[in-house]
Design a protein around this ligand. Structure first.
Ligand SMILES: [Zn+2]
Length: 73
């Protein structure tokens, strides 16, 4: 998936309120194919447990969390 498409999808997840913070460093994201957990480490690096992140190291779920934390910090 191209980066801009991924950001667009991440923004849509946020607009639809499908990103829910469950602890200070973890979020549940309701994706199109299931609910995934995004965790952020102390450096601000995010990791998601969806298949896309496992294979490519990035996904719209983790991108949504990055956008969210940038807005609210
Ligand atoms: Zn993901």
């Amino acid at each position: 998936m191209p980066i801009d498409k991924m950001i667009e999808k991440a923004q849509k997840l946020l607009n639809d309120r499908r990103v829910e913070q469950i602890s200070h460093s973890t979020w549940n994201v309701i994706g199109d194919h299931g609910t995934y957990t995004v965790a952020m480490d102390y450096k601000g690096k995010v990791a998601c447990n969806c298949p896309g992140f496992q294979s490519k190291g990035r996904c719209s779920h983790s991108a949504a969390v990055v956008i969210l934390t940038k807005i609210h910090r």
